[in-house]
Design a protein around this ligand. Sequence first.
Ligand code: PGA
Length: 221
Amino acid sequence: MNKLLFIANWKSNKTASEAVDWLKAFDKLRENVNLENKEVILCPSYLGLPFCFSYIKENNLPIKLGVQDVSAFRQGAYSGEVSARQVKEFAMYTIIGHSERRKYNHETDDELKNKILVAKQGGLNTIYCVQDKNTFIPEDADFVAYEPVFAIGTGTPDTPKSIENTFSEISKKTGKTNLIYGGSIDFTNIKHYTRIPLLSGFLIGSASLDPNTFINILQAC
Ligand code: PGA
């Protein structure tokens, strides 16, 4: 059986030293959790990434790294962009098309399709966010994360039934079966969601920021 993914999306939170403090706390608390059937994927800021990478390596932590976005350009004269090749030194995954990037950075379907291609060519596993069952999904996306906007950071997750229906529509339309849910998941509600057919994991924002809360989520599953 595949491991369930627990993807912590820290967004623009935490300095590099706060990120390492989180890892230290996680390291102390992890003996209370059975991680055999779980894959923890931490997505810090680009600046925190190398520090997290070193700490995880030195302390042999069972955590993989990801980023929250990646450039649509391969490499070269693209000031301010971070390429998949640069990310690959430290991380295995990238989130692409989060609704916050669509909203605040005006990312379009075409640009996101390109990001998926470039990320895959750069050797990253892609987690493509969609906001509903009608959102365009590039063929090459490895994982599809259903994240309804009304559920993000609001404390009101979608219902298991509605997620199941959306997963089923997405899978019918695209043949994809690696499906993730995100939006207001925490340790009090996650248990209601773990049995949804086709569920491969969770994308967790606010509730991943505190190591105790995040460990509680892992413990609840
Ligand atoms: P949330 O965020 O868990 O704070 O709702 C999820 C996300 O934006 O990926």
